[in-house]
Design a protein around this ligand. Sequence first.
Ligand SMILES: [Zn+2]
Length: 127
Amino acid sequence: MISQINDEMQSIERMTVVGRLYFIPPGTSPAGFQANLKCRGTRDQGSCGKKLLGPVRLNLTSRGTLLDCLKDLHRKLETDHSKCVSCVAADTSQEPAPMIINSSQLRAAGFKLDKVIPPQLEAAARR
Ligand SMILES: [Zn+2]
């Protein structure tokens, strides 16, 4: 079971549209997995433009185990983002860069919110 989970996590993380896979610990909702997508930066080229998929959480019916969650997430990535793969793969602007997540970080980095030029930062500021 553990090795199956590992394999599934690795195959999801290797997907072109996936930036990172996160485990969401249980809180008010059951545990699950969430994927950061690279689709956001390629919206203009025709991708879906989404930033996240999930979380896909444990439930009492179809997803009784974490492996079920991963498989569901994997399936959704394949079906919902099939068109995004070529956009993300063709995009050369998405070199690894630290993601600035919220506006206080943008201000600390010296960006004025109405004058953010790089599209990624603009997108990040409008979450
Ligand atoms: Zn997508």
